[in-house]
Write a new protein. Structure first.
Length: 94
């Protein structure tokens, strides 16, 4: 009985440790400081993506240390670490 209880406890602890982790932040224009809506935030090497809201905020499921790719029309693509938080994007020259 003790072995079954211990086994159950180990599985329960492993389940709690496997919960999803999210990267959050705000993306702004590097010159004006204005939030940028519609920036696509993708986890490099994974299929999940998110888009910034009207306040430039994003939240995406990503492991600690994962690389996020930020893309938006008119701005240079940028790669950041998932724990970078707030980021400014630079406009591309035409």
């Amino acid at each position: 009985m003790k072995k079954i209880t211990l086994l159950f406890l180990l599985f329960f602890v492993a389940f709690l440790g496997a919960k999803a982790q999210f990267a959050r932040g705000k993306i702004t224009d590097a010159v004006t400081g204005a939030p940028i809506e519609g920036v696509t935030v993708t986890v490099k090497g994974k299929g999940n993506a998110a888009t910034t809201n009207s306040m430039g905020e994003y939240s995406i499921e990503a492991a600690p240390g994962a690389t996020l790719i930020l893309t938006s029309i008119g701005y240079a693509t940028q790669e950041i670490k998932a724990d970078a938080g707030d980021v400014s994007l630079v406009k591309t020259s035409n």
